[in-house]
Design a protein around this ligand. Structure first.
Ligand code: NDP
Length: 334
């Protein structure tokens, strides 16, 4: 069956999405971005991936977060996005921020991983081909590489921008000291680091204790939080066991043994706080991140447009009372 051509809804910017300035830059990012790590590979029905992307764009989500190896199989999330770009999103290209990354294993041999200039250039060229794009909006170094001189990785990012293959660059999962070095190196070459992408949620607060959140702000970078729902743990998904088809049931990135009765007891208490606030737990978890003005955007994952419809409403209430915050901390004991 042939689908009718996609036309974005006219009131997509009146659907309630809010936008924040990304560090000291001209870019506004939606408070909620959509991540394509899971659910967009060649193992997923294209119609479901398409539904989620259309729902997102129709509700003001203008930032789509990808990486070279998202799938499975590697590269296939970019191919899915590329197909939808070609068939549907092309007229809206200038309304969309598309990001990709390189830094993890992508192809065999010594040049398909980590932070060399050789890898970053080849990977981005492949990503552009898969996504049917001339340029991405943000290209990230996906991880810190202790064995490659930082200057090599960073100069590759500078040159990628100068060649017009990316408009901005970012870094993900870099430690604090290297982040500070990156900020300085890139600023001195007039290609300021737009954004830091780090793991942050109510359970995992590493970017608070490492100083990354403060550092990003001080250096004029935005900060975007990934795995805000702790891969689904901070939702109602596992309150009554491990449902078939859920991420934990696949036992790869989220191990079922993580979902212990002790954890579920805590999640149940958090769920009560969320419902007292008139929110679902997923909404409260994202709102908890958005209460902090150091957080520019939160990158959520969704396995259906129904989940995204739920999560997206977190922007409606991001204010927490001191009592709520302290109750959350007492439960999680961070
Ligand atoms: P989340 O923590 O948002 O987890 C997403 C999962 O939670 C979904 O797949 C779904 O699980 C479940 N879920 C989502 N919404 C709801 C809801 N409303 N109710 C119930 N369950 C829900 O994020 P991800 O771990 O997927 O990461 C998000 C994005 O962050 C990635 O796509 C990627 O773009 C980025 N990322 C970046 C990394 C980096 O190294 N820079 C590393 C990891 C992620 P289920 O599938 O079981 O339905």
């Amino acid at each position: 069956m042939v689908n009718p051509p996609y036309r974005a809804v006219d009131d997509r910017y009146e659907a309630g999405m809010q936008y924040s300035r990304c560090g000291r830059s001209g870019i506004l990012l939606p408070k909620i971005s959509l991540g394509l790590w899971h659910n967009f590979g060649d193992v997923n029905p294209l119609s479901e991936s398409r539904d989620i992307l259309f729902y997102a764009f129709d509700h003001g989500i203008t930032c789509f977060d990808l990486a070279n190896n998202y799938g499975p199989s590697y590269g296939s999330a970019e191919e899915t996005f590329g197909r939808i770009m070609q068939s549907s999103f092309r007229p809206y290209r200038d309304e969309i921020i598309i990001t990709t990354k390189a830094g993890y294993d992508m192809w065999p041999g010594p040049y398909g991983n980590w932070g060399s200039r050789k890898y970053l250039f080849a990977s981005l060229d492949q990503s552009l081909r898969r996504m049917n794009l001339d340029y991405v909006d943000i290209f990230y170094s996906h991880r810190y590489d202790k064995d490659t001189p930082l200057e090599e990785t960073l100069q590759a990012l500078v040159d990628i921008v100068r060649m017009g293959k990316a408009l901005y660059v970012g870094i993900s999962r870099w430690p604090a000291e290297a982040t500070e070095f990156a900020a300085r190196y890139l600023r001195e070459r007039d290609v300021p680091c737009l954004i830091y992408q780090g793991r942050y949620n109510m359970i995992d607060r590493g970017v608070e204790s490492s100083g990354i959140l403060d550092l990003a702000k001080r250096c004029g970078m935005g900060f975007t939080a990934f795995s805000p729902l702790e891969q689904g743990i901070l939702t109602n998904r596992y309150l009554h066991g491990i449902p078939e088809g859920s991420r934990a049931s696949k036992a790869k990135f989220l191990k079922p043994e993580t979902i212990t009765p002790e954890l579920i007891a805590k999640i149940t208490q958090l769920n009560t706080i969320a419902s007292d606030r008139g929110q679902t737990l997923a909404q409260m978890a994202v709102a908890w991140l958005l209460k902090d003005d150091r957080v520019t955007s939160v990158i959520v994952g969704s396995s259906s447009s129904r989940q995204l419809a739920d999560t997206i409403r977190s922007v409606d209430n991001t204010a927490f009372s001191p009592a709520e915050l302290s109750a959350i901390d007492t439960i999680l004991n961070p």
